[in-house]
Design a binder for this molecule. Sequence first.
Ligand code: ITT
Length: 191
Amino acid sequence: MGSKRELLFITTNQHKVKEIQELAESESRNLTIVHRNYEYPELQLDELEEVARASAKYLQKKGVIQRPFLIEDSGLFIHALHGFPGPFSAYVFKRIGNEGILKLMAGKQADERRALFKTAVAFCEPDRAEPVIFVGTVEGSIADEARGSGGFGFDPIFEFGGKTFAELSTEEKNKVSHRSRAFRKLLAFLS
Ligand code: ITT
């Protein structure tokens, strides 16, 4: 019986941890995701990949984590808003929330409501100089109104296949989500 490999997930967001722990449990027999919450500055950069990389390198440089870890940055890119809020998603969600996004989208027709969720995962381990980055995306659209009570963040207004992400169970969201797609690439890399 081989021992389980532990991977620290550095985030302030419990919902992300739940999703990734469920995914790891169902798709990898020898990986355990352990939640840790270290302070790090989240830089305002144009690309999520660069935000994730900079955050990971900051923690590597600080030397507080001597074990393999991952950190991720996610965002919602809305077509009609030229990719807004994108890398500014956390700030925008805090300031205007889903109601604010729906107001910005008032009167926009189907094609303009197209939107993309994206996650960039940065994976680090002690003997590796540079973080390895994995990206996952999912295309959907901004719903006319918020629906569903599951998930978190923008999930109630992000529609995919006729349902919002907040109307899906974690298992269902994990089948198609940006986060699960990025994380599956990491799993493939680790095996
Ligand atoms: P970290 O500590 O991991 O940074 P966070 O919640 O600040 O946690 P992000 O900066 O990656 O995470 O997220 C940007 C915003 O996008 C934030 O408001 C999230 O709630 C939202 N978000 C991220 N992933 C999401 C998802 O899968 N579904 C809905 N909203 C999501």
